[in-house]
Design a protein around this ligand. Structure first.
Ligand SMILES: CC(C)(COP(=O)(O)OP(=O)(O)OC[C@H]1O[C@@H](n2cnc3c(N)ncnc32)[C@H](O)[C@@H]1OP(=O)(O)O)[C@@H](O)C(=O)NCCC(=O)NCCS
Length: 187
Protein backbone atom coordinates (compact mmCIF):
# COMPACT_ATOMS: atom_id res chain seq x y z
CA UNK A 1 0.00 0.00 0.00
CA UNK A 2 3.04 2.24 -0.15
CA UNK A 3 2.19 5.81 -1.05
CA UNK A 4 -1.55 5.27 -0.78
CA UNK A 5 -3.81 6.98 1.73
CA UNK A 6 -7.49 6.45 2.47
CA UNK A 7 -9.80 9.45 2.53
CA UNK A 8 -13.34 9.40 3.84
CA UNK A 9 -16.06 11.93 3.24
CA UNK A 10 -19.39 12.85 1.72
CA UNK A 11 -20.55 14.48 -1.48
CA UNK A 12 -17.73 17.07 -1.50
CA UNK A 13 -15.02 14.40 -1.54
CA UNK A 14 -16.91 12.46 -4.19
CA UNK A 15 -17.32 15.58 -6.31
CA UNK A 16 -13.57 16.30 -6.14
CA UNK A 17 -12.77 12.79 -7.42
CA UNK A 18 -15.88 12.21 -9.53
CA UNK A 19 -14.12 11.82 -12.89
CA UNK A 20 -11.73 9.13 -11.67
CA UNK A 21 -14.35 7.34 -9.55
CA UNK A 22 -16.64 7.09 -12.57
CA UNK A 23 -13.82 5.94 -14.85
CA UNK A 24 -12.93 3.14 -12.43
CA UNK A 25 -16.60 2.35 -11.87
CA UNK A 26 -17.26 2.04 -15.61
CA UNK A 27 -14.24 -0.20 -16.07
CA UNK A 28 -14.78 -2.41 -13.01
CA UNK A 29 -18.46 -3.05 -13.69
CA UNK A 30 -18.23 -3.84 -17.41
CA UNK A 31 -15.24 -6.24 -17.33
CA UNK A 32 -14.25 -9.45 -15.53
CA UNK A 33 -17.23 -10.85 -13.63
CA UNK A 34 -19.27 -7.99 -15.12
CA UNK A 35 -18.24 -8.53 -18.75
CA UNK A 36 -21.03 -7.65 -21.15
CA UNK A 37 -22.84 -5.37 -18.69
CA UNK A 38 -23.92 -2.09 -20.22
CA UNK A 39 -23.71 1.06 -18.11
CA UNK A 40 -24.64 4.58 -19.12
CA UNK A 41 -22.11 6.85 -17.43
CA UNK A 42 -24.40 9.85 -17.12
CA UNK A 43 -27.13 7.71 -15.58
CA UNK A 44 -24.68 6.16 -13.13
CA UNK A 45 -23.39 9.61 -12.15
CA UNK A 46 -26.93 10.76 -11.47
CA UNK A 47 -27.65 7.63 -9.47
CA UNK A 48 -24.57 8.17 -7.29
CA UNK A 49 -25.44 11.82 -6.62
CA UNK A 50 -28.94 10.69 -5.59
CA UNK A 51 -27.33 8.26 -3.13
CA UNK A 52 -25.61 11.22 -1.47
CA UNK A 53 -28.67 13.45 -1.61
CA UNK A 54 -31.32 10.97 -0.47
CA UNK A 55 -29.57 8.08 1.29
CA UNK A 56 -26.77 9.50 3.44
CA UNK A 57 -24.05 8.11 1.17
CA UNK A 58 -20.39 8.20 2.20
CA UNK A 59 -17.28 7.54 0.16
CA UNK A 60 -13.95 6.00 1.08
CA UNK A 61 -11.20 6.57 -1.46
CA UNK A 62 -7.71 5.12 -1.76
CA UNK A 63 -5.62 7.81 -3.39
CA UNK A 64 -1.97 8.08 -4.30
CA UNK A 65 -0.98 11.60 -5.24
CA UNK A 66 -3.62 12.66 -7.74
CA UNK A 67 -4.51 9.10 -8.77
CA UNK A 68 -7.44 7.05 -7.49
CA UNK A 69 -6.56 3.43 -6.63
CA UNK A 70 -9.92 2.27 -5.27
CA UNK A 71 -13.20 3.38 -3.76
CA UNK A 72 -16.17 2.22 -1.71
CA UNK A 73 -19.54 3.97 -1.65
CA UNK A 74 -21.90 3.22 1.21
CA UNK A 75 -25.50 4.32 1.69
CA UNK A 76 -28.50 3.61 3.79
CA UNK A 77 -29.82 0.23 2.61
CA UNK A 78 -33.29 1.60 1.93
CA UNK A 79 -31.86 2.84 -1.39
CA UNK A 80 -31.79 -0.78 -2.58
CA UNK A 81 -35.02 -1.44 -4.42
CA UNK A 82 -33.70 -4.81 -5.59
CA UNK A 83 -33.64 -6.19 -2.05
CA UNK A 84 -36.85 -8.23 -1.80
CA UNK A 85 -39.04 -7.60 1.23
CA UNK A 86 -38.67 -11.29 2.14
CA UNK A 87 -34.90 -10.85 2.49
CA UNK A 88 -35.20 -7.43 4.15
CA UNK A 89 -37.42 -8.96 6.81
CA UNK A 90 -34.73 -11.50 7.71
CA UNK A 91 -32.48 -8.59 8.73
CA UNK A 92 -34.80 -7.58 11.55
CA UNK A 93 -35.46 -4.04 12.73
CA UNK A 94 -33.02 -1.19 12.83
CA UNK A 95 -30.95 0.75 10.33
CA UNK A 96 -28.93 -1.21 7.78
CA UNK A 97 -26.03 0.17 5.78
CA UNK A 98 -25.25 -1.02 2.24
CA UNK A 99 -21.96 -1.20 0.46
CA UNK A 100 -23.40 0.27 -2.71
CA UNK A 101 -20.21 0.05 -4.80
CA UNK A 102 -16.68 -1.20 -4.28
CA UNK A 103 -13.85 -1.33 -6.81
CA UNK A 104 -10.07 -1.36 -6.80
CA UNK A 105 -8.15 -0.50 -9.97
CA UNK A 106 -6.70 -3.66 -11.57
CA UNK A 107 -3.08 -2.58 -11.08
CA UNK A 108 -3.73 -2.02 -7.35
CA UNK A 109 -5.48 -5.32 -6.61
CA UNK A 110 -4.20 -8.06 -4.26
CA UNK A 111 -2.49 -5.60 -1.88
CA UNK A 112 -5.22 -5.40 0.76
CA UNK A 113 -6.89 -2.18 -0.46
CA UNK A 114 -10.28 -3.81 -0.93
CA UNK A 115 -10.18 -5.37 2.51
CA UNK A 116 -9.19 -2.07 4.13
CA UNK A 117 -12.08 -0.25 2.40
CA UNK A 118 -14.62 -2.76 3.69
CA UNK A 119 -13.11 -2.67 7.19
CA UNK A 120 -13.29 1.14 7.23
CA UNK A 121 -16.91 1.05 6.08
CA UNK A 122 -17.85 -1.43 8.83
CA UNK A 123 -16.00 0.63 11.46
CA UNK A 124 -17.80 3.78 10.37
CA UNK A 125 -21.16 1.99 10.43
CA UNK A 126 -20.66 0.50 13.89
CA UNK A 127 -22.21 3.25 16.05
CA UNK A 128 -25.46 3.66 14.16
CA UNK A 129 -26.20 0.56 12.11
CA UNK A 130 -27.03 -2.99 13.13
CA UNK A 131 -25.97 -4.64 9.86
CA UNK A 132 -23.91 -3.93 6.77
CA UNK A 133 -25.09 -5.65 3.61
CA UNK A 134 -23.80 -5.86 0.08
CA UNK A 135 -25.18 -7.21 -3.21
CA UNK A 136 -22.64 -8.73 -5.52
CA UNK A 137 -22.77 -10.40 -8.90
CA UNK A 138 -23.20 -14.14 -8.38
CA UNK A 139 -19.92 -14.81 -10.24
CA UNK A 140 -17.81 -12.07 -8.57
CA UNK A 141 -15.61 -14.65 -6.84
CA UNK A 142 -12.89 -12.24 -5.63
CA UNK A 143 -15.47 -10.03 -3.94
CA UNK A 144 -17.20 -13.03 -2.34
CA UNK A 145 -13.91 -14.29 -0.89
CA UNK A 146 -13.27 -10.81 0.51
CA UNK A 147 -16.66 -10.56 2.21
CA UNK A 148 -16.47 -14.09 3.64
CA UNK A 149 -12.94 -13.46 4.92
CA UNK A 150 -14.18 -10.40 6.83
CA UNK A 151 -17.06 -12.25 8.47
CA UNK A 152 -19.94 -11.45 6.11
CA UNK A 153 -22.49 -14.26 5.67
CA UNK A 154 -24.52 -15.00 2.53
CA UNK A 155 -28.19 -14.37 3.31
CA UNK A 156 -29.99 -14.68 -0.01
CA UNK A 157 -29.88 -14.18 -3.72
CA UNK A 158 -31.98 -12.43 -6.33
CA UNK A 159 -32.24 -12.56 -10.09
CA UNK A 160 -32.40 -9.07 -11.58
CA UNK A 161 -32.74 -7.64 -15.09
CA UNK A 162 -29.50 -6.08 -16.30
CA UNK A 163 -28.68 -4.09 -19.39
CA UNK A 164 -26.14 -6.09 -21.40
CA UNK A 165 -24.04 -5.68 -24.53
CA UNK A 166 -23.34 -8.74 -26.63
CA UNK A 167 -22.01 -8.86 -30.19
CA UNK A 168 -22.68 -5.16 -30.51
CA UNK A 169 -26.32 -5.63 -29.57
CA UNK A 170 -27.90 -3.95 -26.58
CA UNK A 171 -30.27 -6.17 -24.67
CA UNK A 172 -31.39 -7.25 -21.25
CA UNK A 173 -30.46 -10.40 -19.41
CA UNK A 174 -31.30 -11.90 -16.07
CA UNK A 175 -28.31 -11.85 -13.74
CA UNK A 176 -27.95 -13.63 -10.39
CA UNK A 177 -26.93 -11.45 -7.47
CA UNK A 178 -25.78 -12.67 -4.07
CA UNK A 179 -26.41 -10.75 -0.85
CA UNK A 180 -23.97 -10.80 2.08
CA UNK A 181 -24.56 -9.52 5.59
CA UNK A 182 -22.23 -8.42 8.35
CA UNK A 183 -23.80 -8.37 11.82
CA UNK A 184 -22.46 -5.75 14.18
CA UNK A 185 -21.29 -7.13 17.51
CA UNK A 186 -24.07 -7.14 20.05
CA UNK A 187 -26.91 -7.64 17.55
C1 LIG B 1 -13.25 -7.30 -5.24
C2 LIG B 1 -12.13 -6.27 -5.25
C3 LIG B 1 -12.68 -4.92 -4.76
C4 LIG B 1 -11.02 -6.74 -4.30
O1 LIG B 1 -10.05 -5.70 -4.19
P1 LIG B 1 -8.53 -6.00 -3.75
O2 LIG B 1 -7.92 -4.72 -3.37
O3 LIG B 1 -7.85 -6.83 -4.77
O4 LIG B 1 -8.77 -6.89 -2.43
P2 LIG B 1 -7.67 -7.43 -1.41
O5 LIG B 1 -6.30 -7.05 -1.89
O6 LIG B 1 -8.07 -7.03 -0.06
O7 LIG B 1 -7.85 -9.02 -1.55
C5 LIG B 1 -7.69 -9.65 -2.81
C6 LIG B 1 -6.71 -10.84 -2.69
O8 LIG B 1 -5.39 -10.36 -2.49
C7 LIG B 1 -4.82 -11.00 -1.37
N1 LIG B 1 -3.86 -10.07 -0.77
C8 LIG B 1 -4.12 -9.03 0.03
N2 LIG B 1 -2.96 -8.39 0.37
C9 LIG B 1 -1.99 -9.05 -0.30
C10 LIG B 1 -0.58 -8.87 -0.36
N3 LIG B 1 0.04 -7.89 0.29
N4 LIG B 1 0.13 -9.74 -1.14
C11 LIG B 1 -0.47 -10.73 -1.81
N5 LIG B 1 -1.82 -10.95 -1.78
C12 LIG B 1 -2.55 -10.11 -1.03
C13 LIG B 1 -6.00 -11.32 -0.49
O9 LIG B 1 -5.72 -12.36 0.43
C14 LIG B 1 -7.01 -11.75 -1.52
O10 LIG B 1 -6.75 -13.09 -1.93
P3 LIG B 1 -7.88 -14.03 -2.60
O11 LIG B 1 -8.11 -13.50 -3.99
O12 LIG B 1 -7.24 -15.38 -2.58
O13 LIG B 1 -9.10 -13.97 -1.76
C15 LIG B 1 -11.51 -6.12 -6.67
O14 LIG B 1 -11.17 -7.40 -7.16
C16 LIG B 1 -12.44 -5.45 -7.67
O15 LIG B 1 -12.48 -4.23 -7.78
N6 LIG B 1 -13.22 -6.26 -8.44
C17 LIG B 1 -14.12 -5.75 -9.47
C18 LIG B 1 -15.32 -5.05 -8.92
C19 LIG B 1 -16.09 -5.90 -7.92
O16 LIG B 1 -16.32 -7.08 -8.11
N7 LIG B 1 -16.50 -5.23 -6.84
C20 LIG B 1 -17.30 -5.81 -5.79
C21 LIG B 1 -18.73 -5.47 -6.06
S1 LIG B 1 -19.77 -5.99 -4.74
Amino acid sequence: MTGCEMRTGGIGLFHAWERQVLALYMEAFTTGAYAGHYLDEAAERGWIYRLFRDHAARCHLWVTGDTLAGFLLSADACYDRKLPASLRSTLGDGPVLSIAELAVAPSWRARGLGEALVRRCVEEAAPGYRDVIVRSNGNAAAAHRLYLRLGFEPFGSVRVRNDMLSDGRHGVEWVDKQYFRYRMAGH
